[in-house]
Ligand binder design. Structure first.
Ligand code: URA
Length: 218
């Protein structure tokens, strides 16, 4: 019998040499940082409670790569967690530290690429390789109903992980599409760049969460 594929890479995952070496360099420069593949953030009620999975792009250098928790320590997290708390998908206070006590509610958060990439830009081979972990991450939640992807890279990798063709389910901000029996919601990434340039406004982001909250209640 073959073992089920693991949803979590090991701390020294060697599968993407460029990312492995980039992290090795930061381990020397900043030994106090997390500097490893960032694990999926789970709710305290466990896997069976997860109805929504949020898929980001990759850890930010001084954000998740420093703190070890997705979207924690950079601007993207302020908008994401604030909006989640407002829609009942997280509880507590987000203080941008992994020990801030913030808890997810019926939701898990992961990244399409688990290791911080140079200049925030994973290459195609790294995105494809890290799908080795995205696929079993999606599969680990027996009651999953919806996925929210943040940005087109997360969207495309998730569509492929669900066994669908990207041409059939293209990225578009807002709205809902079906993929592999899951309701797939997509949003522009909540990065500072996107909000500063007006690609994504807070209102646009909130309206995606309103739709998701209504869907999960239905
Ligand atoms: N932090 C993450 O963990 N993922 C992102 O996509 C951006 C910031």
């Amino acid at each position: 019998m073959t073992a089920a594929p693991s949803p979590e890479p090991g701390r020294d995952c060697p599968l993407c040499p460029r990312l492995h070496d980039f992290i090795a360099g930061w381990r020397e420069r900043e030994p106090g940082w997390f500097n490893a593949p960032v694990p999926t953030f789970l709710p305290p009620e466990g896997e069976a409670s997860v109805k929504l999975l949020i898929v980001g792009l990759a850890p930010g250098l001084r954000g998740a790569n420093r703190t070890g928790r997705p979207f924690t320590g950079d601007y993207a997290g302020d908008l994401l967690y604030g909006t989640m708390i407002a829609h009942g998908l997280a509880r507590g206070e987000f203080k941008a530290r992994p020990d801030d006590g913030l808890e997810l509610v019926g939701t898990a958060i992961t990244n399409a690429v688990r290791c911080v990439p140079p200049e925030n830009k994973p290459v195609g081979a790294e995105i494809a390789t890290c799908r080795t972990f995205l696929k079993p991450t999606i599969a680990r939640f027996p009651n999953l109903r919806a996925i929210l992807t943040l940005g087109s890279i997360a969207h495309q990798s998730t569509v492929r992980a669900l066994g669908e063709r990207v041409a059939a389910i293209p990225f578009r901000h807002g709205g809902r599409q079906e993929a592999g029996g899951i309701a797939l919601f997509s949003s522009y990434h909540c990065s500072r760049y996107n909000t500063n340039t007006g690609v994504l406004t807070e209102e646009m982001f909130v309206s995606v969460f309103k739709e998701i909250a209504a869907f999960l209640k239905s």
